[in-house]
Design a protein around this ligand. Structure first.
Ligand code: SF4
Length: 466
């Protein structure tokens, strides 16, 4: 059987695309490899959101040269935003890349995988894997995506919309992913039903500007879609990423707030709390309008955890602009934030503007990060002494004897593994004992089959005294 290895850079949109690629590969007869040296086809799903992501993607392509040198039959495929942006030059910069598929060509990639599998089978090609040595394994590194474990089916991404028509002056998405392309409600509902049937407990609706979604047939909005999806039998939790503050109408907020399965974590990307910067960024809202939306979310959704994205060092950002952002963050609005130093994206207006000196941008970044970390830690500390319900995510990355789970407000909780746990009862009740910036530590005190059911006791881990 042919094997496919995939690595994903960037956002949830790319993660959703990678899952789609894996599904198409599976239907073409591939299994998923957890190491590149064990694969017949290696896929890099790339990102261009930051210069660093672009450099890393080209770096990974270079790593994979070793694989091709070892076995020229291995095929290297690049997809995602960088593939879209550099489609004309990528194979000149990296001639060992076999194929490049843009973000709107994933179905073609699926067809190509099927053709390769058929052709290799007809030629009697042996599956790769037994000819790779440990030196190669060491040289390649990296980690695979799309490799399923006992818990990966519990959370499913369903794409509702691709592209964006808003042209923020720092963002390359409209150029590489195109303008809004909304999927029909029927197709989305059918995908969600399929994921629930496969065991998904939490559905994340994914789009570049997800709450701008409109049904192409009847113009119904994101709130209508959310209600339709929430009514599907068996759906336990529902969430979405990434919305635009300006597209949260009162009607959409009312619709969301009426849904019992809504996760109370709402991502609301602010970027800057200076109106001058928001204008330069072409964000289409003022701080006052943003703040009103945040307030309306809080008024409607009990214990809403609002998270955000922030950019520091955007061209033209003065000390006063930055201080406005810092003050807003210190006000404790956000449960958590993804904070970035502005990085030039070729082809965007802001790339042409005079840049903030790197040392100034770094100093601001550190101050902003410290301020948000204080707020985030306090948010997590409020959970200490409480029992929270969380969906299993898998082994803790740092310690395989511990289990990691995510609360509905998207906080990571880590606890020693109970002796009996599994995907059939994936909701863990965790007594939180300590808080950190990254999340909370605790101990599992119960587990439930469904989110709304009460928990059964768990067997505590056996501690060896030897
Ligand atoms: S809203 Fe702005 S930042 Fe978000 S995808 Fe569209 S252009 Fe990019």
């Amino acid at each position: 059987m042919p094997r496919l290895y995939i690595e994903t850079f960037g956002c949830q949109m790319n993660e959703a695309d990678s899952r789609y690629i894996v599904e198409r590969a599976a239907s073409a007869g591939y299994t998923v490899a957890d190491a590149a040296e064990d694969a017949n086809v290696v896929v890099l799903n790339t990102c261009t959101v930051r210069e660093n992501a672009e450099r890393r993607a080209y770096g990974r392509m270079n790593h994979f040269k070793a694989l091709k040198a070892c076995d020229p039959r291995v095929r290297l495929v690049v997809t995602g935003c960088l593939a879209e942006q550099d489609r004309d030059i990528m194979q000149r910069r990296a001639p060992h890349v076999d194929a490049v598929f843009g973000t709107r060509e994933l179905a073609l990639l699926g067809d190509r995988l099927a053709q390769w599998a058929q052709r290799d089978a007809a030629l009697g090609e042996a599956p790769a894997g037994d000819r790779r040595d440990n030196m190669l394994r060491f040289a390649l590194g990296g980690s695979a995506d799309g490799v399923t474990d006992a818990f990966s089916h519990l959370r499913a991404f369903v794409t509702v919309q691709r592209g964006c028509s808003y042209y923020c002056t720092f963002c390359i998405v409209p150029q590489v992913r195109g303008r809004f392309d909304h999927r029909p409600a029927e197709a989305i509902v059918s995908d969600v039903s399929e994921r629930i049937a496969q065991g998904a407990r939490e559905i994340m609706l994914v789009g570049q500007t997800v709450n701008a979604w409109r049904d192409p047939a009847d113009g119904s909005d994101f709130g209508d879609l959310f209600k339709r999806v929430a009514a599907l039998p068996g759906l336990e939790r529902l969430t979405f990423i990434s919305p635009h503050p300006k597209d949260f109408s009162d009607k959409i907020l009312d619709d969301l707030a009426a849904i019992a399965q809504l996760n109370p974590r709402i991502h609301l990307p602010l970027q800057s709390a200076s109106n001058a910067m928001l204008r330069r960024m072409n964000r289409k809202y003022t701080l006052e309008q943003f703040d009103r939306v945040a307030g309306e979310i809080r008024r409607r959704i009990a214990n809403a955890a609002i998270t955000t994205d922030l950019i520091v060092g955007f061209p033209g950002e003065s000390d006063a602009d930055f201080e406005a952002t810092l003050a807003y963050v210190r006000g404790g609005v956000f449960a958590n934030a993804f904070t970035f130093i502005y990085s030039i994206r070729r082809g965007t207006p802001a790339a042409q503007w005079e840049q903030v000196p790197p040392d100034v941008a770094h100093a601001r970044f550190t101050r902003l990060l410290d301020a948000q970390n204080d707020v985030t830690r306090r948010y997590h500390e409020a959970k200490v002494g409480r029992v929270v319900r969380a969906l299993i995510a898998g082994d803790s990355k740092k310690d395989a004897s511990r289990i990691a789970a995510k609360t509905t407000d998207n906080v990571t909780v880590v606890a020693p593994k109970p002796s009996d746990y599994g995907p059939e009862a994936p909701w863990l009740d965790v007594a939180v004992e300590a808080a950190h910036v990254w999340g909370c530590d605790g101990r599992v005190v119960g587990r439930a089959r469904r989110f709304t059911e009460s928990a059964e006791p768990v067997e505590l881990p056996v501690i060896s005294l030897v």
